[in-house]
Design a protein around this ligand. Sequence first.
Ligand SMILES: *[C@@H]1O[C@H](CO)[C@@H](O)[C@H](O)[C@H]1NC(C)=O
Ligand SMILES: *[C@@H]1O[C@H](CO)[C@@H](O)[C@H](O)[C@H]1NC(C)=O
Ligand SMILES: *[C@@H]1O[C@H](CO)[C@@H](O)[C@H](O)[C@H]1NC(C)=O
Ligand SMILES: *[C@@H]1O[C@H](CO)[C@@H](O)[C@H](O)[C@H]1NC(C)=O
Ligand SMILES: *[C@@H]1O[C@H](CO)[C@@H](O)[C@H](O)[C@H]1NC(C)=O
Length: 664
Amino acid sequence: MIIRGFQEQYFYLCFFIFLFLFPNEVLATCRFPEFLQRDEPWAADYGEGRFVAYVKNTYMQINQLKGGNDSNYARRCIEETKGNKYLVTHEEKLQPTKYMCMEFLQRSKNIVQLKVSRPSDRRSIELCDESGMGLDHWPIVQMAQSPEERIVCPFVGGYNINMYFPNETMVCRDTMLLLRMESECESGEGITFDFRDEKCIPANLPREVKQRAYCIAHWTEGIHTFIVLQHSKVHKHIWCLRISDALGDIRTAHLFLNLVCDPNEHLTDALHYFHFRMSRVIYSTICADELDGCSIIQQYCSTGFKRHCSKTCGACEYESELGLCTFPEHLRGHWVESSRKQSRDVTVKDYSLGVERLGMFECIEIESEKYSDKRILLELFDNGCYPRYACVDLEKIAPSVMIYRLGNRIDWPLPNNNNDKEYLCKRDKFKDPDANFYAKERPPKILINTDVYHPVKCGLPAKYHHGVSFIEEGKMCGGCLHYSPFSDSDKIYIQPVNCSVDPYPLEYNCLASFDFGNKTHAVVTRTKTPSDYGQYLCWVFTIDNKIKVIKSADCYVFEDEFADPEGLEAQFSIMDVPDDSPNNLCRNLVFAPRTTSARQASNGTTAPPKVRYTIIEPKEPNAQIDTEARPVYDNRNSVSNVQFSGLTLTFVLTCLNFINIMVK
Ligand SMILES: *[C@@H]1O[C@H](CO)[C@@H](O)[C@H](O)[C@H]1NC(C)=O
Ligand SMILES: *[C@@H]1O[C@H](CO)[C@@H](O)[C@H](O)[C@H]1NC(C)=O
Ligand SMILES: *[C@@H]1O[C@H](CO)[C@@H](O)[C@H](O)[C@H]1NC(C)=O
Ligand SMILES: *[C@@H]1O[C@H](CO)[C@@H](O)[C@H](O)[C@H]1NC(C)=O
Ligand SMILES: *[C@@H]1O[C@H](CO)[C@@H](O)[C@H](O)[C@H]1NC(C)=O
C-alpha cells in the first residue's frame, strides 16, 4: 500500500509538472501525424513563390508566397477524424479564426502531399467529407531531403522521345537523333536522359548532354502514375514525371521541371513542363541503325555520324560474326562478392558472366594485342535499353579466390575506333565516370568461390605466430589472435577478452594470403563459427601494427593505407606487451577441441555445437596444465605430447557456460 501510494503521488506530481510545462500538448487530444514532426521545415517550391511549414505537435506555422502575396498563418489541430483527416483552425492575423480539414498523404519518408478543404466560419466535421477536399498538386518535401532516400524507379526500359513545349512545338526539331530516356537498365541507376545536343538541354540544367535523375517517390492517383525524380548532381532540381499509360508500355508522359504533380488534362503554360511522346525500339544486336532515316542520308557515312548508322554504313559486325569468347574452366562456377554495402552472387559460365542485380553479360571475342588478359562483355536488352559493353579482368589468386575488375558500362553505339577493345579496356574505363584525370582506378574486388572451399596456408609473418594480444579500437574489448604455422597453418583463431560476444575462440579458415606492397600482409578468410563480422573477411596486417578487418570484396580498398575507415568492420591495435605481463591477453590461453561427449552431456540433443573450441585457463599463472589434459596448443608450454582425453575440463567449462546462459 505504501509503495502504491508513493507511486500515485509520484504520478500526479509528474502529471502536473507536465501540464505546467506543456499545456497545449496535454490538453489537446489532436496531434499532427508523427511523420510530419521533423526538425527541418517542410517546403514546396512554386518556382515563383514557396510554401514553408514548420510542424510541432499540434501546431503548424506556415509562410506562403504565392502570386506576389506573402502570407503567414497557423493551423492548429483540434480533432482527428477517422480516415486520418484532421479538423484544424486556420489562424491569421487580423482575421477571424476559420475552420478547415486537412489530410496528409505520405508519398515517401520525405515527401508528403496535402489534401485540404475550403476554410469555413463554422466548426464542422463535415468539412472532412471527401467530396469537399482537394489535392494540392505541389507536394511538400523535407528540406534535408538527401539522395540517400533513393528508390528503384517503377518502370524499366528505354524509350525514344519526341519532346514538346507546352505550346506543342517540338523541342530541338532539327536534330536528327531523338532524345532518349532509359530507366533502371541496371537496377538502381535511376533514369538517364540523353538530350543528344547541348541546345536541346532545358534551361537551368547543367550543360551535359546526358543527365541522370534518381527516383525518390512514386504513387498512383486516378489514371496517373507520378514519379518524383531528383537530379543526380544538382539536388535542388526535383521533378515530377506523370505517366498515363501502363508502365510496361508508355506512350505519353509529362515531365514537370518543378515538384508539381498535376493530374489535369489541360495544364497551364505557367507550369514549367514538357510533353513526351515515347516509343520503344528494341536493339537486339549491336549491328543496327539508330534511326530509320539512315538509308536516305548515306552521305553521313563519311562523318562522325556513322556510328548512328553503322548497319547502313557497313561499319559493324554482328555478334555472331565476332564470336563468343570463353572463360577458362578454373574461373567458372558460383562466386560471391561480399562487401560492406551488399553481398551479391557472380556466376561464371563457359561464355557468360552474370552479376546479381547488374545483369547477364555475354563474353564477345574482340581482339587486340594490348589487354590480352581482359575480356569484353556485352549485354543486350529486350526492353528498349541500348546494348551495353564493359571490359572485365578476372584473375585467380588462390583455389577458391579470384580478383575481379569490371570496367564502366559503356553504351552502344561505340564511337568509331580503330580498336573497340582498346577503347573499352582503357585505364579511364576503370575509374568512376566523373573522376578527374589524376584519379586512381577503382580497386579490384575479391570473389569467393561458393562451390568448393579450398583452404590455404595463412602465411602470416613470424611476428604474428603463437599469439598476439590486441585491443579493438574504440571499444573496451580485446583478445588474442592465435596462428600456428606448424599445426594449424590454414587457420586463425581469435579469443575475445572483455567483449560482448560469446567468450569462445572464433575460428577462421584462410582462403588466400598475399602481400600489399612491402610489409603489409593480407589474408582472406571464411568464418567457421558465426560471428558479428560476417562470413567472408579480409584481414590486413599493417606496418604500424594494426589489424584491419574488412568484408572480403572490399579488401583491395585497404591496399591504400588512407582508405576511408568507414569501410572497416573492426580495427585492432596490436599491444606490445611481454609474454608474462598481466596485460598479455594471450597469456595462459590454450586452444583445445571440445569433444562430442561433452556436447552430449549438456542436454543429450544432437544440436550442433555453436563453437568447436574452448579455452582452458589454469588458475595460477604459469601453472602446468593438468597432466590429464591434452591441449591442442599452448603458446608458451611445449606440452603437445602430454596424454589426456581433454574431456573433464571441457565438460566443466561447457556446464559453466550453459549455466551462465540460463542465468542470463
Ligand atoms: C493577393 O492579394 C490581393 C489582395 O489581398 C488579392 O486581391 C489577390 O487575389 C491575391 N492574389 C493571389 C494570387 O492570391
Ligand atoms: C513555344 O514555346 C517555346 C518555349 O517557350 C518558344 O521558344 C516557341 O517560340 C513557342 N512556339 C510558338 C509557335 O509559340
Ligand atoms: C576490460 O574491461 C575493463 C572495464 O570494463 C577495463 O578496465 C579493462 O581495461 C578492459 N581490458 C581490456 C584488455 O580491454
Ligand atoms: C619498401 O620500403 C622501402 C623503405 O620503407 C621503400 O623505400 C620502398 O620504396 C618500398 N617498396 C615498395 C614496393 O613499396
Ligand atoms: C537442449 O539445448 C538446446 C539449446 O540450448 C535446446 O534448444 C533444446 O531444447 C534442449 N533439449 C533438451 C532435451 O533439453
